[in-house]
Write a protein that binds this ligand. Structure first.
Ligand SMILES: [Zn+2]
Length: 275
């Protein structure tokens, strides 16, 4: 049986929304050959294919989103989020808030359409203050990669369509039942969004895991595109420990669609199960 794409947490109804599939060469895990990554992911070529998921939340009588997909910046296999929302009967103009996990292209570029117009024209965008400072306010550090340079340009372009509608948050409760959890490492202000209702909780953790088949068993397997691999490793372990101890559900942008699961302790390591 396929896993349902909806999950209920107390009074919150969460629906996974696919933006599409992201294909990259598999040589993206630090210290692991591309061939080994492909083998571990069950592939016979030199590719790795990641789901790109965002999450629609129905709560307090309205709709919010976590993340916005790629928009038109990543080719024809991606950028399907807004159409998939419409397919669910949700008009993008009714979205009240977009909680961003970070400003990477597969999470934020879909805030705008090909003409640079806001896809969610009535939404307030929420991001961690550290993430906004890095991508919006500051100059990129010396030696910035092409990915970072493109990322900054696309972030500025997307946020120009949301003038005065970016709320910069710190760790902790942002709204009743909604908390930001800083998971710095993958990006400087990479953030998980914790939603709680009636004693249940789910952490929508963004990119804590790109490759579940590798990084759950080996949390120290960092990605070449992590901004700070050491902090990314530490954030992954800290997050696994917390969701296991607090019995939180998790939802991941790159876990196999729909991306809902749990992390439990498994000896000295961890186990991921869909849930
Ligand atoms: Zn991502």
């Amino acid at each position: 049986m396929t896993q349902p794409n909806k999950k209920t947490i107390g009074d919150i109804e969460i629906t996974a929304v696919s933006d599409g599939l992201l294909t990259m060469t598999s040589d993206r895990v630090i210290g692991m050959t591309g061939a080994e990554v492909a083998r571990r992911m069950g592939r016979t070529d030199d590719k790795m294919v990641l789901e790109v998921n965002s999450f629609l939340l129905k709560r307090d009588g309205g709709y919010d989103l976590v993340d916005a997909g790629c928009g038109n910046t990543a080719g024809p296999t991606l950028g399907k989020q807004a159409d998939n929302l419409r397919g669910l009967g949700v008009d993008p103009t009714t979205i009240r808030r977009v909680f961003l996990t970070h400003f990477h292209p597969d999470h934020s570029n879909g805030l705008i359409d090909g003409a640079g117009q806001a896809v969610y024209p009535n939404a307030e965008v929420f991001a961690h203050a550290d993430e906004a400072k890095f991508w919006i306010d500051d100059d990129l550090p010396a030696g910035a990669t092409e990915m970072m340079i493109n990322g900054k340009r696309n972030t500025l372009r997307a946020m120009a369509a949301y003038p005065d509608r970016l709320t910069r948050v710190r760790d902790g409760e942002v709204l009743p039942g909604v908390a930001a959890i800083l998971q710095s490492g993958h990006t400087p202000g990479h953030t998980g969004w914790l939603f709680q209702s009636r004693g249940e909780g789910i952490l929508i953790w963004g990119d804590i895991v790109h490759l579940a088949a590798i990084q759950v068993a080996e949390p120290d397997a960092a990605m070449t595109f992590d901004y700070d691999p050491a902090n990314a490793r530490a954030a992954r372990r800290r997050t696994f420990d917390r969701v296991a101890a607090d019995k939180l559900f998790v939802a991941g942008a790159h876990l196999d669609f729909p991306g809902f699961g749990t992390i439990t302790r498994n000896g000295s390591g961890y186990r991921y199960e869909t849930a």
